[in-house]
Design a protein around this ligand. Structure first.
Ligand code: FAD
Length: 317
């Protein structure tokens, strides 16, 4: 019996959400009095033995060209085969784009119960109950998994990365996925931007910015803070910004440490994707804008006046 964590990576770098999943898995393993092991599929440039500092005993690695092609079917087959071989009773993924594609396929193969979007360690005193977010972050559900093998996806920024000291054993696995039902013909990455789901700081703009020609207000502030860029849905629908930046109930759901909303009214559908942010700052010229009710800090003012001054002040720090 062990806990197995899937390590997600991009461009050879292990993602922050994967480190959160490792810390979560290691804490769960401690609770269950077992070991935490991890699986890396594909090439990673980082030293895998150093992941022992996050509480892992062993890191298994398999390299095959198929693993670098974002084929969720092939990756799930490999994760399920490894979990069965190791006798893992809990398999953990980050709830990011890759995790939510691979986890359900893995659960089907393992005949495992799956809880997505977990936000806390399972309660293991009376069965195995996982707390998760539901209704776009407006409520929590406590879901009991009854199957012998359990699969969990962990919501980003809901569990801290815990690093101490230690070295993990690195074990090479000889897995080569069979042909999948789909062929990934290409993956196009957005150059030079912090991915929204990984970002600590997100600067977001709405219709209050009047048009795409004014978006430098958002990007300048985001770059000064080394943050990611987001937008409300109408902004993406109107073609001012690409759809992958749209946050909310029907867009990407995020939980950064700092979310700065500029010229966004704070409609319930927008809040559904951002209300788990640790600190929310709202800049809006209308003091009655609903977003102020959800804000930790609010600035009532014209974005065209406030934002450039804020950006300059941050750059001067
Ligand atoms: P507006 O509502 O037009 O608000 C603009 C704001 O800018 C106003 O508060 C105004 O006071 C302020 N403003 C104007 N000028 C300035 C200035 N110079 N300086 C400062 N502030 C200024 N929306 C999402 O964002 N994400 C979703 O996922 C989403 N899903 C939806 C799903 C459904 C089924 C439906 C029906 C709607 C959904 N919406 C979603 C749309 C949502 O209801 C709102 O219409 C939308 O969020 C409003 O976008 P906005 O705040 O940018 O624009």
């Amino acid at each position: 019996m062990s806990v197995l964590i899937y390590i997600d990576h991009a461009d050879g770098q292990i993602k922050k959400s994967a480190l959160e999943a490792i810390s979560y898995g290691a804490a769960l393993a401690k609770k269950l009095n077992t070991t935490a092991e991890a699986l890396v599929l594909g090439k990673v440039s980082e030293d895998l033995a150093s992941l022992g500092a996050y509480g892992l005993s062993t890191v298994h690695q398999a390299s095959d060209e198929a693993f670098d092609k974002a084929d969720a079917g092939a990756l799930a087959k490999a994760v399920a085969a490894t979990a069965s071989e190791l006798g893992a009773t809990v398999v953990i993924f980050a709830a990011n784009a890759n995790g939510i594609a691979i986890a359900p396929r893995t659960a089907v193969r393992l005949k495992a119960g799956l809880v997505s979007s977990a936000v806390a360690l399972p309660d293991t005193d009376n069965g195995f109950t996982v707390k998760k977010v539901v209704f776009s972050g407006k409520a929590f559900a406590h879901v009991k998994i009854n199957t012998p093998v359990k699969v969990i996806t962990l919501t980003g920024n809901s569990y801290p990365v815990e690093k101490t000291e230690g070295t993990a054993t690195v074990a090479a696995l000889d897995i080569h996925p069979e042909t999948s039902k789909i062929t990934v013909t290409g993956v196009q990455m957005v150059e030079g931007e912090v991915p929204l789901t990984e970002a600590d700081i997100v600067v977001s703009g709405g219709r209050g910015l009047k048009g795409p020609e004014n978006w430098n207000l958002v990007t300048d502030l985001a770059h000064a803070l080394h943050g990611a860029i987001a937008c409300s849905r109408p902004v993406a629908d109107d073609g001012w910004r690409p759809h992958h930046e749209h946050v909310g109930q029907t867009g990407i759901q995020i939980a950064p440490n700092l979310y700065i909303a500029i010229g966004i009214s704070g409609a319930i559908q927008h809040l559904g994707g951002v209300n788990r942010s640790k600190t929310i700052v709202v800049i809006n010229k209308d003091p009655e804008a609903p977003f102020f009710k959800a804000a930790d800090y609010g600035i009532v003012g014209d974005a065209f006046d406030v934002v450039p001054r804020l950006t300059e002040a941050i750059k001067a720090l």
